[in-house]
Design a protein around this ligand. Structure first.
Ligand code: APR
Ligand code: ZN
Ligand code: ZN
Length: 362
């Protein structure tokens, strides 16, 4: 029997979100219905609402979530009813060239649930990032569910489904930060601060936080930065990073803003043979000109990090273990817990930079 639940819908380009009744079908083959317990409010949800991702309105927003598997369809072996799971954006195929070469992060054939959730009048919904978890229940592909230790708080666990994983993974997976490395993080919002936590976890010696906002830098210090640079009031951040690294530049620099000037700073703030990791998402019109001799002469690598290069089945349970042992403070990212009715107001607080994460609890 299809179920009727409350969900947060983005009805059209730039229109405020509203709560509607969502019809959730029973899971088909390879699918699961998850009872959502917590879902973080992410910039990407706002981008969907503004039409910045695609025009497939109406959207069912929410994608940074944890919950309990309620029912599964035929052939599902990954999870069972009652499992506590973190949701990820897409199930991988296991058979394409990327999957077979051990790089399922770049799978060519990812999928979500094949059935659609809909409004009561039959209008099909597009779930944000194939999830749609600002709803009491949601339908996903079973491969989008990763079972983790149920002792974790749902609000903290859900954050691994997007922003925190993106930042932490940029440092640990993409950047390969290792013990003793010097690390600079440019942009200390939710993503940059998660990168700082990742760098600390990996044993970085110096972690230099760069931002234009002192309150963000204060948070960065709390989460593990060893030095801060205000790039609005404190002079050239590239020089500041060099000074703090014995004149060399950092071994790994993570850009978590998404602007040409900060990409440039990241490029020049690294040591010879260092690694630059680009996490901030640029807009289509942004370009950056660099002297080729600087690219050639500095060696090292320039990488982008997509979803923190994570493997959910490897990374989510491991990070939840670290959290439960007190070695990864995911709770520090939860600025406030809110109800489903408060998502629109939470977007405004996010835009004003007042919160790391607002999390909807069910
Ligand atoms: N130099 C340094 N920091 C800056 C600059 C700048 N020129 N401009 C903005 N910032 C800082 C802001 O003060 C803020 O602390 O960058 C941070 C951005 O944080 P958020 O807006 O909270 O964004 P976040 O969710 O962390 O995402 C950052 O990563 O995944 C991508 O799409 C995401 O492009 C976005 C980026
Ligand atoms: Zn594949
Ligand atoms: Zn997100």
């Amino acid at each position: 029997m299809p179920q009727r639940v409350r969900g947060v819908i983005a009805p059209g380009k730039g229109e405020p979100v509203r709560i509607e009744t969502v019809v959730v079908p029973d899971p088909g083959p390879g699918e699961a219905v998850v009872q959502v317990q917590a879902c973080g409010v992410c910039h990407t949800d706002l981008h969907y609402r503004e039409g910045g991702i695609n025009d497939d309105f109406p959207f069912l927003l929410g994608h940074e979530a944890a919950g309990i598997v309620e029912t599964v369809g035929d052939g599902v072996t990954e999870v069972a009813p009652g499992d506590f799971v973190i949701l990820n954006w897409r199930a991988v195929c296991g058979q394409c060239r990327a999957c077979l070469r051990g790089r399922p992060q770049y799978c060519f054939n990812t999928h979500n649930a094949r059935q659609k959730m809909a409004l009561e009048d039959g209008t099909e919904l597009s779930p944000a990032l194939g999830i749609g978890a600002f709803a009491e229940k949601t339908l996903v592909a079973a491969g989008q569910c990763t079972k983790v230790d149920p002792a974790a708080s749902p609000a903290a666990a859900g954050l691994l489904g997007c922003g925190v994983m993106a930042g932490l993974g940029a440092a640990v997976n993409t950047g390969g930060v290792s013990r003793g490395d010097t690390v600079a993080v440019i942009g200390c919002g939710g993503v940059g601060n998660a990168a700082i936590m990742g760098a600390r976890l990996a044993g970085a010696s110096r972690i230099i936080a760069v931002d234009i906002d002192d309150s963000k830098l204060a948070t960065a210090l709390r989460l593990g930065a060893t030095h801060t640079v205000n790039s609005r009031s404190g002079g050239d951040p590239v020089e500041a990073v060099r000074e703090l690294t014995g004149g060399n530049g950092a071994d790994v620099v993570i850009e978590a803003v998404g602007r040409p000037e900060t990409y440039r700073q990241a490029f020049y703030a690294r040591d010879l043979a260092g690694t630059v990791v680009l996490v901030g998402v640029p807009t289509p019109e942004m370009t950056l000109e660099l002297p080729l001799l600087d690219v050639f002469g500095r060696g090292g690598s320039l990488k982008s990090s997509w979803y923190g290069d994570c493997l959910p089945s490897r990374d989510f349970p491991m990070l939840i273990d670290l959290y439960l042992q007190g070695r990864l403070d995911l709770d520090a990212f939860v600025s406030e817990t809110i109800g489903l009715d408060d998502v629109e107001a939470a977007f405004a607080r996010m835009q004003r930079g007042e919160v790391l994460r607002s999390v909807v609890l069910f």
